[in-house]
Design a protein around this ligand. Structure first.
Ligand code: ADP
Length: 245
């Protein structure tokens, strides 16, 4: 579903991603772990063209984009962003809209779908993330965990092929982390393709088909969670896991 080849990204002189190659299959749940500042979020944002890579290629669905100094066209960006949907650390909900309004906004305005159908689907999604009872509350009235669940429902309403999660629980109080992880686990069970940047090692181990360890802009090691967490091959991975486990 996604193929990345020799993808690099620099911010001025700072080369943050260094020739990353990676492939994600349909139905796979892949977690990306690694020290702070190692390029995890930048990699995820490059997959969605929220950041434009400096070089390399990105193939996502039917779309293929080459970089090497070129800027993707608006149409290419749109195609990529229709195919994948990002859930952010800080939710990015509209605070003065209700939960339901937040969810139906893009399907109505961007996808120009019929209101009755969109509202029905939104209610179904709110049921799925446990927020149907809050559909008419303003998002600013919600707890962090509820906001993040609403943000997930909002993303699902656009029916992306791939969900990209950028540290979805790191802005939450510890007691609210579980409710968001439960929703993501449900999606994994349903076969949703997902890439998750996370600091929650127990969760990454539980939910992932594959875990990728990134440090200093490189993929140091990747594998099944039971292998990577118990018998990491690379010293850099061992050092990281010793600190966080
Ligand atoms: P991680 O997600 O692993 O913590 P990031 O991808 O957020 O790492 O950041 C990797 C590096 O890229 C950091 O040194 C960060 O300061 C830098 N960086 C990220 N985004 C930008 C930006 N928009 N402009 C300049 N530097 C950035």
């Amino acid at each position: 579903m996604i193929r990345i080849e020799h993808l690099s990204k620099s911010f001025k002189d700072n080369e943050v991603l260094k020739s990353i190659s990676l492939q994600i299959e349909k139905g796979e749940v892949v977690s990306i772990i690694g020290p702070s500042g190692s390029g995890k979020t930048t990699l995820l944002r490059c997959m969605n063209l929220l950041e434009i890579p400096t070089s390399g290629t990105l193939s996502i669905g039917e779309v293929q984009v080459g970089f090497n100094g070129k800027t993707p066209s608006k149409q290419q960006k749109r195609n990529v962003q229709n195919y994948s949907g990002m859930v952010f650390q800080h939710f990015h909900l509209f605070p003065h809209k209700t939960v339901l309004e937040n969810i139906i906004e893009a399907p109505l305005v961007v996808q120009k779908r019929r209101r009755t159908e969109v509202v029905l689907e939104a209610e179904e999604l709110l049921g799925k993330v446990g927020l149907l009872g809050h559909k008419d509350h303003y998002s600013e009235q919600l707890s962090g965990g509820q906001k993040q669940r609403a943000a997930i429902a909002r993303m699902l309403a656009l029916k992306p092929e791939i969900l990209l999660f950028d540290e979805p629980t790191s802005a939450l109080d510890p007691e609210l982390v579980g409710e968001v992880l439960t929703v993501i686990k449900e999606l994994a069970k349903e076969g949703q393709t997902m890439i998750i940047v996370t600091h929650e090692m127990g969760f990454a181990r539980d939910v992932s088909d594959r875990v990728i360890f990134i440090a200093d802009g490189f993929i140091v090691e990747q594998g099944k969670p039971e292998d990577l967490f118990t018998t990491p091959k690379e010293e850099r991975t061992q050092q990281f896991l010793q600190k966080v486990l």
